[in-house]
Design a protein around this ligand. Structure first.
Ligand code: NAP
Ligand code: F7E
Length: 325
């Protein structure tokens, strides 16, 4: 029997690596699009790289996207590639728009020209909701607060528009924050888990953070990528909010992470005004009842289990490599 083929953009990112593992376990032939870099960094997929086909392509380059769709000839495309760090979107607002907004149009055009019957997943974000009143669900109006959030609103609507204009099989997963030991170091959960591990091992004395009052709905990336796949297995394309339904503040994140190794967070965390954002998203928490009802999706890993997993992984990594990043 021929295997189902899937193309993942952003396969080198946190979610791309978990999704690639998951699709391989389901028997897919997995293609990953990677952009050219002078240093090849395959850390997150090193353990499965021999089972993947990597194709060079960039969200800025129409030809390479068309070629990636042609070469992989997929039944499912997961668009996970983006400039995904919110603070960078104020420093590079135009580039963020090019990658995270217009990049989606370029990819949809490639699919429309080459294989319009493809099932398409777009990595939409709870940042689209911004200052909208919590809890947020599929009917909550968007009010993004950063160039990143605005780019994701565009990406959401172009995905809907190509579904409505051309009958393409497009889904948006509006995912709330999801984390793991593979999370990029600059995101707050990983910054905290790494900081706690360094302090515990005597490699650092303090941890500098920004706004401790912000509340997020943090789940485990390994649970969330299953929702992406489930969306593409449904009889009809649709859009879904994915989150745990439980919010914690950054302060509570610190409490949980430091207490996991027997430390009092108040002794080590220093608030640094330079880390505050020009505009903040105060309170995001998902109402994912549609995903539970239609997809049968619910998360397995709790917030406390997630943070313990991340702190333990950073302790183990730092012990093994003598404190290097
Ligand atoms: P991530 O770790 O930052 O990974 C993003 C990937 O996109 C990276 O592999 C990056 O390549 C690639 N990329 C960036 N610009 C590109 C370009 N111009 N052309 C081709 N590839 C490019 O992000 P993630 O956490 O896995 O998130 C996956 C997706 O979900 C992103 O679209 C993100 O915005 C969205 N999202 C994430 C969350 C979350 O909480 N994690 C929540 C909602 C939505 P390099 O490796 O070369 O840098
Ligand atoms: O910030 C506060 C910060 O950078 C979370 C991306 O995956 O999820 C992510 O975006 C909160 C914010 O994630 C620090 O002000 C305090 O309120 O971990 P973060 P994010 O901005 O929520 C969404 C859903 C995405 O789509 C994005 O791609 O934590 N915070 N002190 C801090 N944040 C950071 N990064 N660093 C601090 O020192």
């Amino acid at each position: 029997m021929t295997k189902k083929r899937a193309l993942i953009t952003g396969i080198l990112g946190q979610d791309g690596s978990y999704l690639a593992e998951f699709l391989l376990s389901k028997g897919y032939e997995v293609f990953g699009m990677v952009r050219r870099s002078s240093v090849e960094r395959y850390d997150r997929i090193a353990h499965i790289k021999d089972n993947l086909t990597l194709l060079q392509g960039d969200l800025l380059d129409q030809y390479s996207l068309t070629q990636a769709v042609k070469d992989s000839d997929p039944v499912e495309v997961y668009n996970l590639a983006a400039q995904s760090f919110v603070p960078t979107s104020w420093n590079q607002p135009v580039l963020t728009g090019e990658f995270t907004a217009l990049g989606v149009t370029r990819l949809l055009e490639a699919i429309r020209q080459v294989s319009p019957e493809v099932r398409f997943y777009q990595a939409s974000s709870s940042e689209c909701f911004g200052s909208a009143k919590p809890p947020q669900n599929e009917n909550t109006p968007f009010h993004p607060k950063s160039p990143y959030g605005i780019a994701k609103v565009y990406a959401f609507w172009i995905t809907v528009n190509y579904r409505e204009s051309y009958g393409m099989w497009n889904c948006n997963g509006i995912l709330f924050n999801h984390e793991s030991p593979r999370r990029g170091m600059e995101f707050v959960t990983r910054k905290v888990s790494d900081g706690v591990a360094r302090i515990k091992l005597g490699l650092a004395k303090e941890l500098r953070l920004g706004n401790l009052d912000a509340k997020r709905d943090w789940g485990f990336a390994g649970d969330f990528i299953k929702a992406m796949w489930l969306m593409l297995q449904q009889p009809r394309p649709d859009d879904y909010v994915i989150g745990t339904g439980i919010a914690n503040s950054v302060r509570e994140l610190c409490e949980v992470a430091f207490s996991h190794v027997g430390l009092d967070w108040k002794k080590y965390v220093k608030v640094d005004k330079k880390l505050f954002r020009p505009a903040e998203v105060d309170y995001l928490v998902a109402d994912a009842s549609k995903a539970k009802r239609v997809l049968g999706w619910k998360p397995k890993v709790s917030f406390k289990q997630l943070i313990a997993m991340m702190v333990d992984a950073d302790l183990a990594r730092l012990k093994a490599n003598g404190g290097k990043k």
